[in-house]
Design a protein around this ligand. Structure first.
Ligand SMILES: Cc1ncc(COP(=O)(O)O)c(C=O)c1O
Length: 440
């Protein structure tokens, strides 16, 4: 047998012997707009004072207008990160100590930390084993008289079950916040993610399809929420002190400096205009992966609901080790040897982070009163077993690859499939070799 067809763990030639290039999606349009900002000398144009500069400068407005247009929103409020955007959105919901907010445990930590930042209590509902997003049935089970809001995350670039979550939120008069950091451009039956929530949060950090280094956007159709978001963004207590009438419920809204600069806004403006161009190749590469991987016994490619669009921030597939013939760890080790990029699972279920698990030990220091207060009899728990599907996905079944990007090609996707097929063909020997090296 030629060394071409032998898996690398058995001494064959790896399918890939060069690192993936560092992506660079900054082009002439970004450079041109940044040059305009530099030529103007106005790098940021905010003042924490009622008046024309309370809401930022020319590029901040242009960026926000572009998001309104692209996502059919009446208002867009730019901020310096999606973390800040989530914090502002939870604060704008007027959540605080004693309120519960339902979040998925399988997401980037900031989704839940935003709740902690307002001293409300994150309540974790499980995910669906196909979309990896919130399971509406478990959301229903987790609703209590204290529930104030739901944060739905469109994870990995695929939509959560937003129509059902919207209906649940309406039925129980809850605020629905969409964390759309990973899924700009995804749709449900032609309707964009980011348009189902009362507010939707987008990220502009350097890993996202549309980026300016660091940044975020919150969209909403609600003028009252938009006003609160802007107060949180820019030292709103000062502006409230200059208003004739301040309703009691927002008098205590704390303002931060969450302002995005003109420079960052210029980059993000050029980028969001290129959203489709930066997304299309992700979808093409994902289709190549799915068309080949779905033929392999024991592998389940990402689920995409009928009529929906997934934008593959990550390509997440499942492995059933018994049917596949190798454990997930063995497949990962064999693929590592082939030089292709895969990871086991995503992030640890958030409720297992020390901040949550050890809430009693951390009492009385810093923010997080909402994590600690359930000592008063609330049934909210943070411990292994509370979201079994999340744990099964993370610890046993899920694998991800981040190779679906605008700058890679179909050849890169085919290479990953070649590697998996080669490993499958030789799985008995691969298993024996890896077991011999202690990979069980
Ligand atoms: C789902 C999700 N929410 C929130 C964030 C936080 O985004 P940012 O880095 O812009 O604060 C991220 C970033 O990775 C994310 O993936």
């Amino acid at each position: 047998m030629s060394s071409m067809t032998l898996p690398a763990v058995l001494g064959g030639r790896p399918v890939r012997n060069r690192p993936y290039p560092r992506p660079n999606f900054i082009g002439p349009s970004e450079r041109a707009l940044v040059a305009e900002v530099l030529d103007s000398g106005v790098l940021s144009d905010y003042v924490a004072h009622a008046g024309p500069h309370f809401n930022g400068g020319w590029f901040v407005h242009a960026l926000e207008d572009e998001y309104c247009k692209r996502f059919g929103a009446a208002y867009a409020v730019s901020v310096n990160s999606a973390t800040s955007g989530l914090h502002a959105a939870v604060a704008a919901s007027l959540a605080g100590l004693g309120d519960e907010i339902i979040v998925p445990p399988y997401t980037m930590s900031a989704t839940a930390t935003a709740v902690v930042m307002t001293n409300a209590t994150p309540v974790f509902a499980d995910i669906r084993p196909d979309t990896f997003c919130l399971d509406p049935d478990d959301v229903r089970r987790k609703i209590s008289p204290r529930t104030k809001a739901i944060i739905a995350v469109n994870l990995f670039g695929g939509p959560a079950d937003l129509q059902t979550l919207r209906a649940i939120a309406d039925e129980h008069r809850l605020v629905l916040i969409e964390d759309n950091a990973q899924a700009p451009g995804a749709t449900i039956a032609g309707r964009s993610t980011g348009t189902f929530g009362d507010m939707a949060v987008f990220s502009l950090n350097c890993h996202k399809t549309v980026q300016c280094g660091e940044g975020g956007i919150v969209t909403t159709n609600n003028a009252v929420l938009a006003d609160r978001l802007r107060l949180v963004r820019n030292h709103g207590e000062v502006v409230q002190s200059m208003r004739d009438h301040v309703p009691d419920e927002i008098a205590g809204l704390v303002g931060y400096n969450f302002r995005l600069t003109e420079l960052q806004s210029a980059v993000a403006l050029a980028q969001v205009r290129r959203l489709d161009e930066l997304t299309d190749n992700r979808i093409t590469m994902a289709a190549t992966l799915t068309n080949r991987l779905r033929n392999i016994e024991g592998i389940t490619p990402p689920y995409v609901g009928e009529g929906n669009k997934h934008v593959y921030y990550l390509y997440a597939f499942k492995i059933d080790a018994a049917r596949f013939g190798l454990s997930r760890g063995q497949l990962r080790a064999a693929l590592d040897a082939e030089g292709v990029a895969v990871a086991e699972g995503y992030v640890r279920p958030i409720y297992l982070y020390p901040m949550y698990e050890r809430r009693v030990a951390a009492r009385k220091r810093g923010l997080g009163a909402g994590i600690w207060y359930p000592g008063d009899g609330s049934p909210v728990r943070y411990e292994r077993g509370i979201c079994p599907t999340t744990e099964q996905m993370h610890f046993a079944e899920l694998m991800t690859t981040n190779i679906c990007r605008a700058d890679l090609t179909d050849a890169d996707a085919r290479e990953l499939c070649d590697a998996v097929e080669k490993i499958v063909e030789h799985r008995t020997d691969v298993r024996a070799a890896l077991q011999g090296r202690g990979v069980s």
